[in-house]
Design a protein around this ligand. Sequence first.
Ligand code: DX5
Ligand code: ZN
Length: 222
Amino acid sequence: MRPAVIAPSILSADFACLGQEVNDVLSAGADIVHFDVMDNHYVPNLTFGPMICQALRAHGISAPIDVHLMVEPVDAMIQAFADAGASMISFHPEASKHLDRSIQLIKDKGCKAGLALNPGTPLAVLECVLDKLDYVLLMSVNPGFGGQSFIPSTLSKIKQLRKLLGEKQLDISIEVDGGINITNIADVRAAGADMFVAGSAIFNQANYHSVIQQMRSALATV
Ligand code: DX5
Ligand code: ZN
């Protein structure tokens, strides 16, 4: 399996000093920056747009920026975030009328392409597009808010997807997003995930380095 990637969600960061927060969490050992974009339409919450992504790049952030679009429609935001410096972009299949076209748009813009599946969305939606994806984001909470509890049935969904990827011999990452913490991250790894999004579990602690180290130690037990 691929090395584990820890992706702090800046949804739980202090927005009043976002540039410093992102610098701090990367210095503390995070691999990439998870960027939750919500539009108060596809999900009942509103966060930030491409200007904030561009501002982080201008601030000197060079780590990969992993944009998770919870917006509908998606195509204009794909272009705007790619132009703003995104490295990876995922969206929810329910939010695009033309899945294949939206995936191709991400790739044409030079970004890695992911599809994000809600807890209630079956893996079957991947069938016709799986080989075009760089990663699949499995939501382990319903999208819209940080700080929710991990939905346990996600573990069997991760295992099922890992098995499917093995059968098809596809080298695609599995990113898991929602309710991940130092206690459950090893189970998520054991099920077959290789990218771990964590917002509140990291940013609600005073010492980001310590919590990321504890996550790495837990991952090393698998
Ligand atoms: C939810 C977001 C997640 C979430 C992660 O819609 O996609 O990235 O905020 O936050 P925690 O780790 O607090 O569940
Ligand atoms: Zn997310």
